[in-house]
Design a protein around this ligand. Structure first.
Ligand SMILES: Nc1nc2c(c(=O)[nH]1)N[C@H]1C(S)=C(S)[C@@H](COP(=O)(O)O)O[C@H]1N2
Ligand SMILES: [Mo]
Length: 202
């Protein structure tokens, strides 16, 4: 059985056997579209750092070499954008988010994470979701270094949330006690953004 969904890109089939991997209201695209605020910032590895701060026992600043020296993980995950495209089986390699958080030792009252990005973008994710084993700070995609358009040198990947939570060009990880909206959440998107619950708008 093929499910067909009409949308601005035309009709797309959801291949047989894939239905249960595609959340409601989504269609499958073979390519990874690029979503940004109108530009892709240039973030050289020589100057990139990842700061982990806020409600932590120890503020951490990782440079590129320090980041690559951390435990690495490869995975394949589906990616769901709130604008209704889903891309199945994206290959990612990077450092599990929990490994990064553990370096800074979040305080017991740290319940939310705000990701800060070099393009001025930000997005919030609850700490339980960030600690899921498939959440990575990724620096490779589909067997190659992450492309600039997709967030080089490092982006977050949160497969269990809509794509806007997968912060590209990430440079800051802020631990918070209370939830707060990031860029799209301030502009009407859902605070949590679970694609299986169709949590598109707040
Ligand atoms: N820094 C930053 N991260 C971002 C965005 C952005 O505009 N800036 N767009 C988000 C949205 S809406 C989606 S769907 C995904 C898209 O990732 P891609 O461009 O690699 O396909 O990145 C997310 N991360
Ligand atoms: Mo998106």
């Amino acid at each position: 059985m093929l499910r067909q969904i009409g949308n601005m890109f035309g009709m797309r089939n959801i291949p047989e056997g894939m239905e249960e991997r595609v959340p409601p209201g989504q269609y499958v695209t073979p390519k990874m579209p690029v979503m940004n605020l109108g530009f892709a910032p240039d973030v050289p590895t020589a100057t990139w750092t990842l700061q982990v701060y806020g409600r932590v026992e120890e503020q951490v600043e990782l440079d590129w070499d320090g980041f690559l020296a951390l435990a690495q993980q490869a995975e394949t995950a589906d990616f769901h954008c709130v604008t209704q495209w889903s891309r199945l089986d994206v290959g990612w390699e990077g450092v599990p988010a929990s490994v990064v958080l553990d370096l800074a030792r979040p305080k017991p009252d740290a319940r939310f994470v705000m990701l800060h990005c070099a393009d001025g973008y930000s997005t919030n994710v609850d700490i339980t979701a960030v600690r899921q084993p498939d959440v990575l700070f990724a620096h490779r995609q589909d067997g190659a270094p992450l492309a600039k358009a997709h967030g080089a040198p490092v982006r977050l990947v949160v497969p269990a949330r809509y794509g806007w939570k997968s912060a590209k060009w990430v440079t800051g990880v802020e631990l918070l006690t209370d939830d707060a909206p990031g860029y799209w959440e301030r502009n009407g998107y859902h605070m949590r953004g679970d694609p299986w619950g169709e949590e598109r708008f707040g």
